[in-house]
Design a protein around this ligand. Structure first.
Ligand code: BMA
Length: 329
């Protein structure tokens, strides 16, 4: 059986730390977690569930910073090594893209950033007419962000773009939801010829049992491999004390990504460190970004912990693919 390789660019500068010798897991945490404390900038109550990409030899990101009013905001940040970050104290002020009617800024959370062809697409959970849906913006320099039309009607969350067109169309995963702390959640696939009109919706995956019994939602931008699209996703269990957010992984068909090749029955990351168990919302690990080096197969994951801080974890693509196959649902 082939173990699977990354398709894409060499990114030798991504953050990396070897697996501790006493660790038997395929995903291991960074010893310096959390990498971003809740109070990195004066205005923030918490900084978590954030998106990071490689850009011109450095790293850029869009960060979920809930402010001290507890309003959910998106802030831009930059880093030379992907670990030490400078984040703007003021939120991103989106500029309407050509022909787009300006809307009132209500809130933004859980951003993802995806490079496609010549620009970065930011997607996030956008407050629209009072309710959550998928907001979309583009940037080329991480200074000016042009807000496009929302991709969907409310209610929707976890809009995650694919990093290349599929069968000639832009493609996005999303998770239709409700207006509250949705007690359900399935992943769907949609495509668009122009990033404005979305359709051809396909069902991808639903909750099952155990750690992913209540809902599932896409995490980082899908990673292209020789074995399919590698996605890391969050799965939610309902305990007697509320939701518990863990992370699993799946392989999706390269040309028909709504077809799941395999997904993990056990979780890959689960709230067990204190910074994941204690915070504004206890027991949450929530991955939103990954950096991958095609030369070495190394993957660095960024995840929010307990809705309070930002953390990192690492894995090897070949080990993850083998784990998904051996431990498939
Ligand atoms: C989800 C989102 C995430 C958050 C999670 C746990 O609905 O709001 O941002 O991490 O709940 O509170």
């Amino acid at each position: 059986m082939t173990s699977g390789k990354l398709i894409g660019k060499a990114l030798p500068t991504i953050p990396w730390e070897e697996r501790p010798t006493d660790c038997r897991d395929v995903v291991w945490r960074y010893s310096g977690n959390p990498v971003i404390p809740r109070d990195l900038i004066p205005s923030s109550n918490s900084i978590f569930n954030s998106a990071v990409v490689a850009h011109e030899g450095e790293f850029r990101g869009v960060f979920r910073c809930d402010d001290k009013r507890r309003y959910m905001q998106l802030h831009a940040g930059r880093s030379q090594d992907g670990i030490h970050w400078r984040i703007d104290n003021d939120r991103i002020h989106f500029v309407p893209a050509d022909g787009v009617e300006p809307t009132e800024w209500l809130y933004g959370y859980d951003p993802r950033v995806c490079f496609i062809e010549d620009r970065y697409y930011v997607t996030w959970c956008n407050g629209f007419a009072g309710w959550p849906t998928i907001g979309v913006a583009t940037t080329q320099d991480f200074q000016t962000y042009y807000q496009m039309e929302n991709a969907f009607l409310p209610f929707n969350r976890n809009g995650v773009m694919f990093p290349r067109k599929i069968q000639g169309a832009f493609a996005m995963l999303s998770r239709p939801s409700d207006r509250a702390h949705t007690p359900f959640g399935e992943i769907y696939y949609s495509e668009s010829p122009d990033m404005t009109h979305w359709g051809k919706h396909r069902f991808v995956m639903r909750p099952t049992r155990g750690w992913q019994a209540t809902k599932v939602g896409a995490g980082p931008i899908p990673i292209e491999t020789t074995e399919g699209w590698l996605i890391f996703y969050h799965g939610v269990l309902t305990s007697c004390n509320g939701f518990v957010y863990s992370m699993g992984a799946a392989l999706l068909d390269l040309e028909q990504p709504w077809k799941v090749i395999a997904r993990t029955e056990p979780y890959l990351l689960h709230p067990r460190e204190l910074y994941e168990q204690v915070g504004d919302v206890p027991n949450v690990v929530f991955p939103c970004a990954a950096l991958a080096d095609a030369d070495t197969g190394r993957i660095a994951l960024y995840y929010g912990a307990a809705d309070t801080v930002t953390c990192m974890a690492f894995c090897h693509v070949s080990e993850i693919i083998e784990f998904i196959r051996k431990n498939a649902l």
